[in-house]
Write a protein that binds this ligand. Structure first.
Ligand code: SF4
Length: 220
């Protein structure tokens, strides 16, 4: 059978088939395009974060807050090759495990693991569900929250706008919830406070809180 001819014959019929199964073909096409765009953006953001970490411009541990096996998978199979999946090179995982074990920032993260987990789980609950890298980003953002600077800086991103775009793309409902344009790290902790975590809020409402200026306003 000539596969090329079969596909070219079949392709125009796809909307009809889709309609028969109750699928909105145009909406499905748009979803596929959005997904491809999201996947590409996530790879670009993660390449930037890895590069910044290696240049010492982040607060992140060597594995960005990921398990060594996940970091080895990310850097070996996803980021450099844009979608070509290959087995890990021999020795790569052992190398990453050793680097992580010796990393002081990783040890500090483990000392605050409960806090990291709460932020990570908050982000996971609000993930868009279109790209597995949302899970990776939830881990990395949570690790970035343990730093002392603005979150976008501690992640090595270009500016707050880039972090907001990352949030809009991967955690859209959480992005919408931050309708007062609160600083992202403070916003995450406030969500945890509202859930009973009690991390930052020293007042019943923002309007009567002495820390207001720390939580809102520009992040230069
Ligand atoms: S301004 Fe005060 S109450 Fe509002 S989020 Fe910040 S610490 Fe919490």
């Amino acid at each position: 059978m000539n596969l090329g001819m079969s596909l070219s014959t079949f392709w125009p019929q796809l909307p009809t088939f889709a309609g028969r199964f109750g699928l909105d073909w145009q909406a499905e096409q748009q979803r596929m395009q959005e997904r491809a765009h999201q996947q590409q953006q996530n790879r670009e953001w993660l390449i930037r974060i890895v590069g910044s970490q290696r240049q010492g411009r982040t607060c992140l541990p060597v594995c960005l807050g990921l398990q060594p096996a996940d970091f080895a998978w990310l850097t070996s199979n996803v980021l450099p090759m844009y979608g070509r999946y290959q087995p890990l090179k021999p020795g790569r995982l052992a190398q990453v495990q050793q680097q992580s074990g010796e990393d002081l920032r990783q040890q500090l993260l483990e000392m605050r693991e409960d806090e990291w987990l709460e932020i990570r789980n908050l982000l996971r609950r609000f993930r868009r569900g279109m790209d597995d890298l949302e899970l990776v980003l939830a881990d990395v953002l949570a690790a970035g929250c343990l730093g002392g600077d603005h979150l976008w800086r501690d992640l090595g991103l270009a500016d707050r706008g880039q972090l907001s775009e990352l949030m809009r793309t991967n955690f859209p409902d959480l992005f919408e919830r931050n309708n007062a344009n609160m600083k992202w790290k403070k916003f995450f902790y406030k969500q945890l406070c509202e859930e009973g975590g009690g991390y930052v809020c020293r007042a019943p409402s923002c309007q009567e809180c002495t820390a207001y200026r720390d939580c809102f306003g520009p992040e230069a």
